[in-house]
Design a protein around this ligand. Structure first.
Ligand code: SF4
Length: 411
């Protein structure tokens, strides 16, 4: 029988002698690995998922798991199978999460699969308060706040990219500025400290501020929302944002930082429910600190962003309440709340990306007609991914962007 407890317990080889590998979900992982290196932990990003990792994931899983599971598991197994990979000195970072989402069980399944494949020595790290954040070095709290800063900075960099790229006069210039920004953030994270990151944000503002753009013909704005992995992982959503831009739209999407705020807020709700007040105060204090970091990092680029400042999680919960009780939890809350927020700020259409058989996405699709009705039949497109290449996507998206453009003109 597989010992699943190994997913979260201490292994024989000290973490300082291992390399922490982080599966690529989105560009936020570069900030995470840089923060780990700043704290003296060797860390690398695994190559992004591709068709090969999908095939491996499908081959080793049972087939009932969700799409992010196939990809993330395939990434781990491919790394272990690759020539020269020292799995005895490898630790894979696989965060855990409570609640009904299958994500929280990935680490258990992946432990079992690594064992079955003969990679018992490869460790899975799931740092939580229950295991004293093993894998997060000697100063786990400082590392966590540094990671948070890097995540937020990457979110802002992505916002700049999505606001500038559709209007660039020189093709590819926004991508170059974005890549340079990622490099700046990584270097700042490795140096550590708030000042280095703020300076990086100033430099990023300089890069984007000098980009030549033409916004004389505003494009219809489409919100790309839905399941967090699919929303942020360009391979699994088959480059949804690039495809929408190619079809003539400007996009705006949810952020990883927001998803983490959502996790904090639902944790606080549970703490209130169970009367664990000390823990509640700790979460609340940390949440307030995170907001202050966000404000500090937004300030240098604020003059370049045309989008509104994101609503707080309490405000979002109030927005979604007429349609769905936030106490029910899951990403349904976040997707519907962001729809309301963005519709109020002039978004003219929503693409809801959802993995095949994922419950929160199915609930969103069921409730969406009520939200749309309250915003003049806001155009809406559910795109379901099952790991197969979608056919006719380009035609569907072109038709949708046209519909959104008509809707925007009529407003
Ligand atoms: S939200 Fe759905 S698709 Fe995403 S990890 Fe959870 S169960 Fe899987």
């Amino acid at each position: 029988m597989t010992d699943t407890s190994r997913a979260v317990t201490v292994q024989d080889v000290p973490i300082e002698e291992k390399t922490v590998y982080v599966p690529y979900m989105s560009d936020h992982v570069f900030a995470l690995t840089a923060a780990l290196r700043h704290h003296g932990i060797r860390s690398e990003v695994l190559p992004p998922s591709d068709d090969e990792t999908m095939d491996i994931g499908l081959g080793v899983c049972r087939g009932r798991e969700c799409l992010p599971c196939f990809l993330a598991t395939g990434d781990l197994i491919r790394a272990c199978r690759s020539a020269g990979f020292d799995h005895a000195r490898a630790a894979f970072l696989v965060p855990g999460s409570p609640g009904p989402c299958r994500y929280g069980q990935y680490r258990v399944l992946q432990r079992a699969l690594l064992d079955r494949e003969g990679f018992q020595d490869a460790e899975i790290l799931s740092p939580t308060s229950e295991n004293s954040y093993r894998g997060f070095g000697e100063h786990p709290q400082a590392l966590r706040t540094l990671v948070w800063s890097g995540i937020v900075a990457t979110d802002f960099l992505l916002k700049l990219l999505h606001e500038f790229r559709p209007y660039e006069l020189e093709r590819g210039a926004a991508d170059v500025a974005y890549q340079r920004g990622l490099d700046r953030l990584q270097a700042a994270m490795e140096r550590g400290g708030a000042r280095a990151l703020t300076a990086a944000m100033r430099a990023i503002a300089g890069d984007f501020g000098t980009l030549a753009v033409d916004r004389s013909q505003p494009r219809p704005r489409i919100a790309v929302l839905g399941e967090i992995y699919l929303m942020l992982n360009a391979h699994s959503n088959q480059q949804m944002i690039l495809q929408l831009e190619a079809a003539g739209a400007e996009t705006v999407s949810g952020t990883l930082g927001e998803w983490l705020h959502f996790a904090d807020e639902t944790k606080m709700d549970r703490e209130v429910l169970f009367g664990t007040w000390l823990s509640f105060l700790g979460t609340k204090g940390l949440s307030a600190y995170k907001r202050s970091v966000e404000r500090r990092l937004r300030a240098p680029i604020a003059h370049l962003l045309r989008q509104h400042v994101d609503a707080t999680m309490r405000e979002l919960f109030d927005m979604v309440r007429p349609y769905y009780d936030p106490l029910l939890g899951t990403e349904t809350t976040l997707t519907l709340a962001k729809t309301v927020e963005m519709a109020r700020h002039g978004v003219a259409g929503v693409v809801n990306v959802m993995p095949f058989s994922c419950m929160p996405g199915i609930v969103v699709a069921g409730i969406a007609p009520r939200v749309r009705a309250d915003f003049g039949q806001l155009p809406w497109l559910d795109v379901v991914y099952d790991g197969q290449h979608l056919t006719n996507t380009r035609t569907r998206l072109e038709a949708f962007v046209h519909q959104v453009g008509q809707f925007a003109k009529a407003q």
